[in-house]
Design a protein around this ligand. Structure first.
Ligand code: UDP
Length: 294
């Protein structure tokens, strides 16, 4: 059963990384489009200010807790979040899954060239990984034209998994707007994960991550970009979140998107990949770099 915890009216799935990967595997095998969100305190802030964004997150098929404060806040609930599940770790776990199953992935977003660099890093780390394509749109504020280009590239590449790194809330709105047209089984918003994987931004050491101080580490690296987000915008939300957790407030959880594929989950672990064998004929594989925008 899908179990979610309500944090400031945003619903987060109670899963660890292994359960998330198993669910993503089932999503791919279902061949229907699914939206995966990697949420942190900034998402809760954005959601509390924008009902549209909150609706997108609460309607998503899987919402992961990509922030220790979410885990801390859940600990006094009857259904605490088991652990943090980060976007970076999910990309790597999905890359491993993709090699095992023969799935292909598409990397979309970040600054020009970064998606391509990320693909190279992943291919080195996971030999045999099929990259359906990469594309980093040239401008931060995408014009309609760029939007069309992104959609056409992804549609042509037909990946099994699409990682979108436009930052929140843009990536979630983009996935929601184009999900049906793209017809990709798994679309996941991953924020600044490509920058970390490509090595443009250093990831915090594990002990810093475990203590929930990764935001401080990121702030030290990019103070100009992040001080307002973390100190001005997110700190008051963090305080509200901890107060809600102390009060133990709960709100009924809407079940608009139950895991329709959950009954296939156990089977899927033992089944051959659904798309095995049709990769050569039907699926146009774009070599890494074909979509490089630079
Ligand atoms: N980005 C983008 N297009 C935009 C805005 C941002 O491709 O219009 C990219 C940006 O280059 C960075 C990521 O989106 O790689 C944003 O990362 P951010 O740090 O905001 O996300 P977080 O990891 O904090 O959720």
């Amino acid at each position: 059963m899908r179990t979610r915890v309500n944090l400031l009216d945003t619903l987060i799935d109670c899963v660890d990384a292994d359960q998330a990967v198993a669910q993503i595997d089932a999503f791919v095998q279902s061949k229907r489009p699914h939206h995966v969100v990697t949420a942190n305190v900034d998402f809760l802030r954005l959601a509390s200010q924008d009902a549209g964004f909150q609706g997108i997150v609460n309607d998503a098929d899987l919402v992961l807790a990509d922030g220790m404060p979410l885990v801390w806040a859940s600990r006094r609930r009857s259904t605490p979040l088991p652990c943090r599940v980060t976007g970076v770790d999910m990309i790597m776990a999905c890359a491993q899954l993709a090699v095992k199953r023969g799935y292909s992935i598409f990397l979309l977003g970040a600054a020009p060239g970064v998606a391509y660099e990320t693909a190279e890093v992943l291919q080195q780390r996971f030999p045999g990984l099929r990259i359906a394509g990469t594309y980093s749109p040239p401008s931060a504020e995408m014009a309609d034209h760029d939007d069309d280009v992104c959609v056409r590239m992804v549609r042509a590449a037909q990946p099994d998994l699409l990682f979108v790194a436009f930052g929140a809330p843009k990536q979630e709105h983009w996935i929601r707007a184009h999900q049906a047209t793209l017809n990709v089984p798994v679309c996941m918003g991953v924020g600044g994960s490509f920058d970390m994987l490509a090595g443009n931004v250093r990831r915090a050491p594990v002990w810093i991550q475990r203590h929930g101080l990764e935001w401080l580490y990121r702030l030290a690296q990019e103070p100009r970009r992040l001080w307002k987000r973390y100190i001005v915008h997110d700190l008051p939300v963090f305080v509200r979140l901890m107060r809600q957790s102390r009060d133990g407030a709960t709100v009924p959880q809407p079940a608009s998107r139950p895991w329709l594929v959950e009954e296939t989950l156990a089977e899927s672990a033992f089944r051959e990949p659904a798309r095995k064998g049709d990769s050569g004929a039907k699926r146009s594989e774009i070599p890494v770099g074909a979509g490089r925008s630079a």
